[in-house]
Design a protein around this ligand. Structure first.
Ligand code: ADP
Ligand code: MG
Length: 153
């Protein structure tokens, strides 16, 4: 595992970060999005999905109530919000394994199913810093290489 930190000074920086990651990731990878309410997890997920769709206006509803929203894109993306998950075993019923076999899983509130998520997941932790957000990213070496290359372009 390797990690990096970035200061994202405004919402546009979070969006650009999401777009860069969409270019870097592959099917079979899971991104856990951690951070308090309002930290930028959904902003990141929306930008990631819109970039993968190559459609800046694509509706990306919050999966707060459905727990998962799936997108059939260049690489399929499943956007999970586990805040209302009662138990980690419910992740199965949401089709997590199938979604990961086919594509990329973005997971808000991963703490709700920590032990059911792949150990080799990419972790993004958002925190408030002044008017912006600090992001801490941890990823397996191969994914980290692709991510740093994509961020540098
Ligand atoms: P979460 O899903 O973590 O609860 P949201 O993505 O809904 O958070 O973001 C909450 C607010 O934070 C939004 O109004 C968004 O515009 C803003 N925001 C996102 N990224 C940044 C940033 N880097 N700096 C300042 N504000 C940001
Ligand atoms: Mg959210």
């Amino acid at each position: 595992m390797k990690s990096l930190e970035r200061l994202l000074k405004d919402e546009a920086a979070t969006i650009e970060f999401g777009e860069d990651l969409a270019l870097a990731l592959k099917a079979g990878e899971c991104v856990a999005l951690s951070g308090d309410l309002g930290a930028g997890k959904s902003t990141f997920a929306r930008a990631f999905i819109r970039a993968m769709a190559d459609d800046e206006t694509l509706e990306v509803p919050s999966p707060t109530f459905t727990l998962v929203q799936s997108y059939d894109l260049r690489i399929p993306v499943a956007h999970f919000d586990l805040y209302r998950l009662a138990d980690a075993s419910e992740l199965d019923e949401l089709g997590f394994d199938e979604a990961l076999a086919d594509g990329i899983c973005l997971v808000e509130w991963p703490e709700k199913a920590e032990e059911a998520l792949p150990a080799d997941r990419i972790t993004l932790t958002f925190s408030h810093e002044d008017d912006g957000r600090r992001i801490h990213l941890t990823a397996p070496d191969a994914a980290f290489e692709r991510i740093t290359r994509s961020l540098a372009i």
